[in-house]
Design a protein around this ligand. Structure first.
Ligand SMILES: C[S@@+](CC[C@H](N)C(=O)[O-])C[C@H]1O[C@@H](n2cnc3c(N)ncnc32)[C@H](O)[C@@H]1O
Length: 260
């Protein structure tokens, strides 16, 4: 309960700042990594009834529109009241509701397509969310969603030659093996964003291995059609070369496309 309130407080507090950054295309992780990954996996959405999970301030409706989705057929939900308020004001032809993804308040088989960007990793119980999504999807409906990748977000800070690095690995000392970072543990990870600014955000989310999510999705009945590990696009090279080098080698995010 406390954890849920922390998420709400955080996303309420930064809703306006996040929306401004998204609308000005200032978030490199969205512009160069996550959105391009999702764009490559999105199907044609003409005439489809669509649910957005953890839609934030609603900017992803523009992405879905560009794949044929009609705004009047989209319903976006988010747990942050402030984000939903901004979404309603900015995209008045889309329906937005304050709702928890762990309990979707929709009838069975209501949607053809469920979309979620970087939100499902906020639940401690992804199986429950997958079951809920399965329930509200029509037969043959599709679910496309992205998550934090453990290689990036379950790594641990270490110093190598005096330089701060993020690592997943282990020492080779068999007597006293040291494991750095977590790949297979499904665990809550806390990260600070824009820490150099006065008003940096601290966010905690759950990170697990792709194989764990793959198995849970199959367990609740989904067919997994596609899986992608993100790779920074070339456009980033001219804008931030270091960002490009890092994120074209290490996946920041991963995405699953599944069918009911
Ligand atoms: C990283 S933001 C992503 C927002 C948007 N999808 C985007 O990519 O711009 C994660 C969103 O998930 C929402 N969220 C977290 N836990 C949630 C829950 N239990 N139910 C619904 N939304 C939730 C947050 O409020 C936040 O808006």
């Amino acid at each position: 309960m406390e954890e849920k309130q922390d998420i709400i407080n955080n996303y309420d507090k930064y809703a306006k700042k996040r929306q401004d950054a998204l609308l000005k295309n200032l978030k490199p992780s969205h512009r160069f990594v996550e959105r391009p990954m999702m764009r490559n996996m999105l199907p044609n959405l003409e005439g489809k009834k669509i649910l957005l999970i953890g839609c934030g301030t609603g900017e992803e409706t523009m992405l879905l529109n560009s794949f044929g989705a009609y705004s009047k057929n989209i319903v976006g939900i988010d747990i942050s009241r402030e984000s939903i308020k901004l979404a309603k004001n900015t995209y008045p032809s889309v329906e937005f509701k304050v709702m928890d993804m762990n309990n979707l308040e929709f009838e069975d088989e209501s949607f053809d397509f469920v979309y979620s960007s970087l939100a499902v990793h906020y639940t401690a119980n992804p199986e429950k969310v997958y079951k809920e999504v399965y329930r509200v999807l029509k037969k043959d409906g599709l679910f496309l969603f992205s998550l934090a990748h453990p290689l990036r977000w379950a790594s641990q800070k270490v110093f190598i030659d005096g330089e701060e690095c993020r690592v997943i690995g282990c020492s080779r000392n068999n007597d006293k093996c040291r494991v750095i970072g977590k790949y297979h543990s499904f665990d809550k990870q806390t990260h600070s964003f824009f820490a150099w600014q006065n008003d940096g955000e601290i966010l905690s989310f759950y990170v697990g291995a792709p194989s764990m999510h793959f198995k849970l999705l199959r367990k609740v009945g989904f067919n997994v059609l596609d899986f992608t590990e993100s790779k920074c696009i070339d456009e980033a090279k001219d804008i931030d070369l270091n960002y490009y080098i890092k994120n074209s080698e290490i996946p920041q995010f991963m995405a699953f496309l599944t069918r009911k």
